[in-house]
Design a protein around this ligand. Structure first.
Ligand code: ATP
Length: 320
């Protein structure tokens, strides 16, 4: 395993009774990367993360973290990982600082070091003002911060966060995302989410998981480029419908088109270009030549959401 790799997963499979949650999964995460594990509910994200964090044995395959085998060297691996599980279980009756010190001690830090680290992570996670508050009295957003502080307290190299913003309000989501982004400078981060903009905003690379398998793995930009090969143009033109139909049918650059009436004399033309050609200059010139009125000309880029929906679409729903 190269020194640049923080995670190396090879042919990982996890079977529960009668059900395969993760199937022959292979991927790597480099040091310093923020990688998003993205997929709908039940895709196998939590299962993968639990195995990486030594909380669950695999059925087969190998997983190495910082060059160490998670099955045979799990004590060493745990020291290097800060894991925030889904639902963020905390001791609700403890005060924030007391809890973080307690967690640091559990993770093997000495008394003095635990105090120091509790203070550092409270600062880092914006918890100074609530250091003496009982965790059960905190809002959900603050509890997430405590979970994050807990994951960071023993100075792990790798942070694994399972759905860290689930159930938070938009303001709390922003605060937690900011925090995660701030970690990127000095940590490797693996974050699971089924919220696409979250992955898009925080991650340098995304692994799209569906039914226990990786369907796509790339940077958000490259995934987008992949889809741009079939770029779509929308033009709203005032012209006789039949002429519009004939015109698009005769243009070799157009692979598919749809013409539908809107208000007044205008028709909305949705045009799919061959090989990702940008048809806009051609359409503009054409409307001028013919003396047609043009009131909208836009290139619709595929959003990451389209990609997500497309790659995670069950086969029976696929278009012929
Ligand atoms: P979610 O976002 O809903 O947590 P996920 O992508 O994290 O989804 P997993 O929790 O890893 O998915 O679950 C993957 C599959 O394995 C699901 O079909 C789930 O029902 C199943 N599964 C998970 N844990 C167990 C278990 N302990 N016993 C049996 N099946 C399980």
């Amino acid at each position: 395993m190269s020194d640049d790799l923080m995670i190396e997963v090879k042919n990982l499979t996890k079977r529960y009774a009668g059900h395969t949650a993760v199937s022959n999964l292979s991927f790597t995460v480099g040091r310093g990367e923020i990688v998003g594990l993205l997929g709908p509910n039940g895709a196998g994200k939590s299962t993968t993360m639990r195995i990486l964090s030594c909380f669950l044995p695999a059925s087969s395959g190998t997983v190495r973290v910082a060059g160490l085998d998670v099955f045979t060297e799990s004590r060493e691996v745990r020291r290097r990982i800060g894991y925030m599980p889904e639902n963020n279980p905390l001791h609700l009756d403890m005060r924030v600082r007391e809890y973080l010190k307690f967690r640091a001690r559990l993770k093997g830090l000495g008394r003095k070091r635990s105090r120091e680290r509790a203070d550092v992570v409270m600062e880092q996670c914006g918890l100074k003002d609530v250091s003496r508050t009982i965790i059960g009295h905190l809002s959900k957003g603050y509890r997430q911060r405590v979970g994050l502080a807990d994951a960071l307290v023993h100075e792990p190299e790798l942070i694994i966060l399972d759905e860290p913003t689930i159930g938070l309000d938009p303001r709390q989501i922003r605060a937690v995302r900011q925090l995660i982004k701030g970690l990127a400078a000095s940590h490797t981060v693996l974050i699971s989410t089924h919220i696409l903009p979250e992955a898009e905003m925080t991650c340098s690379r995304m692994l799209i998981l569906y039914e226990g398998k990786i369907l796509a793995a790339d940077t958000p930009e490259n995934l987008q480029r992949l889809m741009d090969n079939t770029s779509r143009i929308v033009a709203e033109i005032a012209a006789p419908e039949i002429e519009l139909q004939e015109c698009w049918a005769q243009m070799p650059e157009i692979e598919q088109f749809d013409v539908s009436p809107t208000d007044g004399e205008y028709f909305r033309c949705a045009l799919t270009a061959r090989d990702g050609i940008d048809l806009r200059p051609r359409i503009f010139a054409l409307t001028r030549e013919r003396g047609w009125c043009l009131r909208e000309l836009t290139r619709k880029r595929h959003s990451l959401e389209d990609i997500y929906v497309q790659v995670t679409r069950p086969e029976e729903e696929e278009e012929p």
